[in-house]
Write a protein that binds this ligand. Structure first.
Ligand code: GLV
Ligand code: GLV
Length: 327
């Protein structure tokens, strides 16, 4: 009967995640776990990729066309993220490599993270914490640390997908008016149900917003969608919140808008050249900078790992665990 081989498929997890996920993969595959930070370049991936049938990847691993074309055995990449802009899906399609991501399970955590960032910005939370720790607190102050409240303000959501909707719902509960812009407008029924108002262009949305929050994926169309032309029409007291992907914003333009007071401030979870951050942005006033943690709860990150592992096991071992393929 030929060369029957009971060998398990070889799978690379590009950095350690949860033991539960490692265990699941180890039951069914011959698992290699990369050392954190060692697979974040094209060159390193080029060296490794031929050795695996499946890869559970991080959003920091660049699966460019060049990397994908060097794959000889690869059948599936499961990205441990909802965004998969780090993977050239066209190149994957041509080679019949399936691609999976982790939507749904991170929606609430990411929306909570966005609200945490928003409220931290509007109420000076990190600055107030530093003030107390510097032993500067000399008692209640009637006009100290004044911020802005959400009630009655306009939220502009760019990208009303699952995460954008969850942010909108939370902001409605805070008494905000919600406006949105999408490539495809929602049905009137759905707009009514969500209580959201459509804006026909990014500029219209930017003009309306007291807080502009970004939830579109990073694509060729959304790259640098937010640049100085958008900042120039925003209100001077408006804030920008970005918990999607850094390159949606032209970071040098944002830094100038902040330094010149063109907008009030920014809350950022992501960066154009992540993990590098422009000096000019680091030194900008009224800016809260987080290390890409919007979805970071234990529950959510574990579910993301399981969902990504499910896709790899579905493709390589035909198991019926939860999974989500995009290609
Ligand atoms: C994180 O940024 C994700 O895309 O899940
Ligand atoms: C989601 O965008 C995350 O921060 O992981």
């Amino acid at each position: 009967m030929g060369n029957y081989s009971a060998q398990k498929p070889r799978v690379l997890l590009t950095e350690p995640i949860f033991p539960e996920v490692h265990k699941l993969l180890e039951q069914h595959t011959c698992l290699t776990i990369g050392e954190r930070g060692t697979l974040n370049t094209e060159n390193e991936l080029l060296k490794q990729i031929a050795g695996y049938e499946g890869i559970l990847s991080m959003l920091s691993n660049p699966f460019t066309a060049k990397v994908i074309n060097a794959a000889q055995n690869l059948k599936v990449i499961a990205n441990h993220a909802v965004g998969y802009n780090n993977i050239d899906t066209e190149a994957c399609k041509k080679k019949n490599i399936r691609v999976a991501n982790t939507p749904g399970v991170l929606t609430n955590a990411t929306a909570d993270g966005t609200l945490a960032l928003m409220l931290s910005c509007l109420r000076n939370i990190p600055q107030a914490d530093r003030f107390v720790r510097a032993a500067k607190f000399d008692g209640w102050h009637p006009t100290g640390f004044l911020g802005m409240e959400l009630t009655g303000k306009n939220l502009g959501v760019l990208g009303l997908g699952q995460i954008g909707k969850a942010v909108a719902t939370r902001c409605k509960a805070f008494g905000m008016q919600v406006f949105y812009h999408n490539r495809n407008r929602l049905s009137l029924n759905l707009e009514k149900e969500l209580g959201v108002t459509y804006c026909a262009s990014v500029e219209d949305l930017a003009k309306k917003a007291d807080i502009l929050t970004l939830h579109c994926p990073l694509t060729e169309e959304t790259h640098h969608l937010i640049d100085k032309s958008v900042f120039s029409v925003m209100k001077n007291n408006a804030w920008l919140i970005n918990a999607t992907r850094g390159p949606v914003v032209k970071e040098s333009d944002l830094a100038e808008a902040l330094h010149s007071g063109k907008i009030a401030g920014a809350g950022l979870d992501v960066y154009e050249f992540e993990p590098h951050i422009l000096d000019r942005l680091m030194s900008a006033p009224n800016t809260i900078l987080l290390p890409h943690i919007a979805s970071a709860t234990r529950e959510t990150r574990l579910k993301m790992g399981m969902l990504a592992a499910g896709a790899i096991l579905k493709e390589l071992c035909n198991t019926e665990l939860e999974h989500n393929f995009v290609v």
